[in-house]
Write a protein that binds this ligand. Structure first.
Ligand code: PRP
Ligand code: ZN
Ligand code: MG
Length: 224
């Protein structure tokens, strides 16, 4: 019986680069929601599923803490939060369930100058919303540069004199171009991923998840 017992809670981005594709994929898999504008939680029509629409940055933590059962999130945010949690000693485990083949983007270092090679970054300030991914890459490259953390408007930091370079998401490249920045180095490639909380689901929840995964795999195959 999949209709009694705890419902399956899925967290997704409320508004942003993954929202539309996430809803389309769920819908194509037969999971439909009556989305009332500002509501945090929506109930699926005919499935024991609750959809929580939150900020993407909050999704990995909600899954890793077991507050929700599933999350759909970009690997960039997922890995950033995982690295942060590993360093601060918070739970950082999750189950990778499916790569979703949307939300493709890359985390790249960009500068105003036509400098080439990562050596040019030595001793520089790099503005980013992803300090853990950036530090991890700098450490692997053996570079000393200082992350300057900004939660938005990262692309204006060099012009504003706040940093010498940026480390930000690039999708079409339009943002970099509009700000006179040149992509120098890709440090992380990302797409959307379906993740699950650590530990076992209830029998009913697992049955619901299995149904979703079968549908989802069918949709993905049809799209190939
Ligand atoms: C990212 C990034 C750039 C933009 C790059 O922002 O910070 O602003 O996307 O995309 P492009 O190469 O297609 O121009 P995002 O849309 O994730 O929103 P945020 O900056 O508000 O987090
Ligand atoms: Zn965000
Ligand atoms: Mg942006």
């Amino acid at each position: 019986d999949t209709t009694s017992g705890p419902r399956l809670k899925i967290a997704m981005q409320k508004s942003g680069r993954l929202s539309d594709d996430t809803l389309s994929l769920l819908q194509a898999s037969g999971v439909r929601f009556n989305l009332q504008s500002a509501k945090l939680i929506a109930h699926a029509e005919g499935w024991p599923i609750d959809l929580l629409r939150v900020r993407d940055d909050d999704i990995p933590g909600l899954v890793m803490d077991g507050v929700v059962d599933l999350g759909i999130v970009g690997e960039n945010v997922l890995e950033e939060v995982r690295l942060e949690r590993l360093q601060t000693g918070s739970p950082a485990d999750y189950q990778a369930l499916r790569s979703l083949d949307f939300g493709h983007c890359r985390l790249s270092i960009a500068t105003r100058l036509e400098e080439h090679g990562s050596a040019a970054l030595e001793g520089r300030r790099i503005a980013t919303t992803y300090p853990y991914l950036l530090r991890d890459w700098l450490r692997r490259e053996g570079l000393n540069a200082s992350p300057v953390v900004l939660t938005g408007s990262v692309e204006v930091a060099p012009r504003a004199g706040l940093a010498d370079a940026i480390c930000d998401l690039v999708s079409t490249g339009a943002t970099l171009e509009a700000n006179g920045l040149r992509e120098q180095q890709v440090i992380f490639r990302s797409q959307a991923q379906l993740i699950g909380r650590p530990g076992d689901l209830s029998q009913g929840q697992q049955a619901t998840l299995d149904r979703i995964l079968r549908r989802l795999d069918g949709v993905q195959q049809a799209r190939e």
